[in-house]
Design a protein around this ligand. Structure first.
Ligand code: HAS
Length: 551
């Protein structure tokens, strides 16, 4: 049942806050999309960048603007709207906290963007040392993170208020999910904040001469893996709660959904080493431990797949479907709010399988630093996640702006999703294949074009360019639909779909809301997985980096 505190419509003032986040997110989509198109064209070897623009500059724009800006702004906007809808309107103080967050993030984004455009920060979205950026870039990213904490604080405050006013009750599912993602984000960003504030900023300001590279990469990946789940969980929020309502079904199990989110909170962070399996300076035993923990974090995704299949099948059977896949035909394929995220779910099956290959220690040696990895994350974040975000935007933007998703826009949205599926099949498929042939990631054509193996890779790079160009068309369609829904679509009421739990499902136990317990487990696991490797990395740092232990 929908919580009694839920609003039928998101309050207009909260809606404005969420929309502010979405405007920045979709501007980022436009800029990042252009950079992406330029990149695949350059990698095909058939195109040279004009006006002395560098390959790594464009790659940095693409990664930062899409991987960090678009995602963070969209997620915060979505979570704020979902919390306001399911737990009630924000108080003025909570909303003000959200606005402070929005402005800090926007100012930080502008600072980082200016530095990238001036070619003072072509350090990619991972800003690995010893690549060095202008200090204003690091400061900008710090502001984005601090801003996101303010946004998160608004959600935490609302949750705390709800619990005070409804003692002994499980919180509304969407608020619970937003809260878990926020807490995971806060714990994870401590790692990146530490490397930026203690290592990269002093180094870029010239206050210290050297930087402990191994330590900074480890702190980055302490943050970098939960970062990918920070992107994923809002998509899961839509898959668990919104999609059942859109198709006219019920949520299979509220309790299972909460448990999978808690497992993400616990296991997302102590797994960063699976990005560093081929790096020196970390004892293999600790890498092995984190590989095991990585396989544990696969479990909540398998639970999610199970729950989704259960929802679809129960729904299909209620409509008279028979056989193993009879339910498939009963799904509402004409509704973009369902079909576009569904394409994302379908893509997540090979995407997840690829992730398991990446995580499989020895197999990682075959794919690491090849363009296979780029193929992997274009199926995960750039298909499963982003198509779900687009599917959410199709109803959430008109809901917040008091407009309607018309039949014509719905049709365009279906075309947008189909184009994405086709473009990504070409692009990501070719990336996976070329990666297996050893094609490097993050290298410009001018670097590898003359190599003996390059001829083998070229057909795949051309296929990537074809796919990338189709994806660019899909982005243009998405932007057109977004601006239509924000400013021009007819006025009306667009539903915010929040699913109800199946009648047979068990009531969720209150233990899920025991944050002392869950955060306690999180801290213990992090300390276990990271303490000794950190000591090793500091103690055994190369001579130049040893002066002050952190640097
Ligand atoms: Fe990953 C590298 C391992 C998931 C993103 N990953 C990356 C990078 C990014 C990224 C951005 O272990 C590159 C970072 C960089 O710049 O270097 N990844 C995993 C594993 C998972 C995984 C084990 N990754 C993600 C997600 C991402 C993401 C999610 C973004 C959102 N990844 C790695 C590893 C590396 C890596 C190594 C380092 C590689 C290297 O060497 O550098 C797992 O979480 C995946 C579990 C997923 C599943 C799938 C469940 C399926 C579901 C869909 C059900 C569908 C239905 C529809 C119901 C088990 C839930 C039915 C449809 C029909 C058609 C019937």
């Amino acid at each position: 049942m929908l919580s009694p505190t839920a609003n039928l419509k998101v309050d207009r003032r909260d809606g404005k806050l969420a929309m502010a986040h979405f405007y920045v997110a979709f501007i980022a989509l436009a800029l990042g999309g252009i950079a992406g198109l330029l990149q695949v064209l350059v990698r095909s070897g058939k195109f040279t960048l004009p006006a002395g623009i560098g390959y790594y500059q464009v790659l940095t724009v693409h990664g930062v603007v899409l991987g960090l800006v678009l995602t963070t702004f969209f997620i915060m906007g979505f979570q704020l709207a979902a919390t306001s809808k399911t737990s009630g309107t924000f108080t003025n103080a909570q909303r003000r906290t959200g606005w402070i967050g929005f402005w800090l993030m926007t100012i930080g984004t502008a600072m980082a963007a200016v530095m990238i455009l001036l070619n003072e920060a072509s350090v990619l979205y991972t800003f690995y040392a010893p690549l060095q950026a202008h200090f204003v870039y690091y400061l900008g990213l710090t502001l984005v993170i601090v801003g996101s904490w303010f946004d998160g604080a608004a959600i935490i405050l609302k949750y705390a208020q709800w619990r005070r006013e409804n003692p002994g009750q499980p919180s509304p599912l969407m608020t619970f999910m937003s809260l878990v993602n926020t807490m995971m984000w806060i714990v994870a960003t401590i790692g990146v904040a530490a490397t930026v504030l203690l290592q990269l900023l002093p180094w870029s300001l010239g206050l210290v001469e050297t930087v402990n590279v191994g330590l900074s990469r480890t702190l980055f990946w302490y943050f970098g893996h939960p970062l990918v789940y920070f992107w994923l969980l809002p998509a899961y929020m839509a898959w668990y709660v919104v999609i059942p309502k859109v198709i006219g079904a019920k949520i299979f199990s509220d309790s299972l959904a909460r448990m999978s989110f808690i497992l993400f909170l616990i296991f997302s962070i102590p797994v960063g080493f699976h990005h560093q399996l081929l790096e020196p300076g970390i004892d293999p035993a600790w890498k092995f431990l984190q590989v095991i923990l990585t396989f544990l974090v696969v479990i909540p995704s398998l639970m999610t797949a199970f729950s989704l299949f259960a929802t679809f099948e129960t729904f299909g059977r209620s409509k008279g479907a028979t056989g193993l896949f009879g339910w498939f035909k009963k799904l509402p394929w004409g509704d973009a709010r369902f079909t576009v995220p569904f394409i994302g779910m379908a893509a997540f099956i090979p995407a997840g399988a690829g992730g398991i290959v990446n995580a499989s220690h020895q197999m990682n040696q075959v794919v690491h630093n090849t363009i296979w990895v780029t193929g992997h994350f274009h199926l995960t974040v750039a298909t499963a996640v982003i198509l779900t975000f687009f599917g959410v935007a199709y109803w959430l933007v008109p809901h917040l702006t008091g407009r309607k998703l018309t039949k014509a826009m719905n049709k365009l949205a279906l075309i947008q999703g189909a184009l994405w599926a086709i473009g990504m099949t070409f692009m990501s498929g070719a990336m996976h294949a070329a990666g297996l042939l050893g094609a490097p990631r993050r290298s410009s054509f001018s670097e590898y074009g003359g190599s003996a193996q390059a001829a083998e890779w070229i057909p795949y790079q051309v296929a990537q360019a074809v796919g990338g160009s189709i994806l660019f068309l899909s982005i243009i369609l998405m932007l057109y639909i977004f601006f239509n829904l924000a400013f021009f679509a007819p006025k009306g009421e667009q539903d915010f779909p929040v699913g109800e739990v199946a009648d047979e499902a068990e009531k969720s136990p209150m233990v899920y809301e025991n944050w002392k317990l869950w955060l306690g487990v999180v801290v213990v696991l992090i300390l276990f997985a990271y303490t000794i490797p950190f000591i090793d990395l500091i103690e055994n740092a190369p001579p130049g980096a040893k002066g002050f232990k952190l640097w």
